[in-house]
Design a binder for this molecule. Structure first.
Ligand code: ZN
Length: 277
């Protein structure tokens, strides 16, 4: 399949700097496992790092207890289109304990279809977005948009809302990217300056902050990157749908049902991540 340049266009929307420490506190309040000191393989000594640094190392996963996030639309949006978007968001709920339901009020997740590309804030960060602003942007999505784009984009952005970062930021995949070529490529295709490329593409996720599964270039959270920017000349394939690894990981972070008391649930979620590391 030909490389489609617009596919690399998703950026994870970051909160403004003055909210980063508050966002980290929210993430840890919602789900203590988000704290870097508790992350699998972490062991960051407390008292050594500034709050701003700790904030950068904090994950943004929702807690392991099953939950429903409400969804609203910023602009008037037809019921068929709203239902179609919701159905793709809820593909994740087939395998995990987080589901999405429409609300007439300002939702936890607020979708806009206006210009600005495809993006979402990460996990619990959506709690700090002003209620009159979107947490997810799906530029131009309509009933005419191909089904494959709903699979590739809506499911991907929903993964960010679940707290999943970009799979292509994994250290093993970042190491395959030639920085000079990446700067030129993303400037030409996305208009990103070097700092944006560093943030969105070239800075590996902290090993302690994630996942516990091997890097998976077919993950829905991995965007296709062309061979023209890799060191070995081979493309990073990128995912086009939620795959079995994505579903299994989502199920491990967000069990569909739990019977243990809350304190044990949290420990179990951390344990799962360790077991699969
Ligand atoms: Zn993305």
């Amino acid at each position: 399949m030909e490389t489609r340049d617009n596919e690399a266009g998703c950026s994870i929307r970051a909160l403004p700097d003055h909210l980063l420490v508050a966002a980290a506190a929210t993430a840890i309040e919602v789900n203590p496992v988000n704290a870097p000191m508790r992350a699998p393989g972490g062991g960051v000594p407390s008292g050594v790092l500034e709050p701003e640094h700790i904030a950068l190392l904090t994950s943004k996963y929702w807690g392991p207890q099953p939950r429903q996030l409400s969804v609203s639309f910023l602009e008037p949006t037809g019921p068929d289109l709203r239902a179609r978007i919701l159905s793709h968001m809820n593909v994740w709920s087939n395998s995990c304990g987080v589901s999405f339901a429409e609300t007439d009020e300002a939702g936890d997740v607020r979708v806009s279809l206006q210009p600005g590309g495809y993006w979402s804030y990460l996990g619990t960060d959506i709690r700090l977005v002003p209620p009159d602003q979107q947490t997810m942007n799906l530029e131009g999505f309509s009933m005419q948009t191909p089904e494959s784009e709903y699979h590739r984009v809506v499911r991907h952005e929903t993964g960010h809302t679940l707290g999943f970062p970009h799979e292509h930021m994994r250290r093993e995949l970042v190491a395959r990217i030639d920085p000079a070529k990446a700067y030129a490529y993303f400037l030409a295709t996305q208009g990103w300056d070097r700092q944006e490329v560093d943030q969105q593409v070239l800075t590996p996720l902290d090993d302690a902050s994630i996942l516990g599964t091997p890097p998976d270039q077919d993950s829905i959270m991995c965007y296709q990157l062309p061979g023209s920017i890799t060191v070995d000349g081979l493309p990073i394939r990128g995912g086009t749908d939620v795959n079995a690894t994505d579903a299994a990981f989502a199920a491990s972070v967000y069990p569909k049902a739990v019977s243990a008391p809350p304190s044990q649930r949290t420990a179990a979620a951390a344990g799962d991540a360790k077991v699969t590391a």
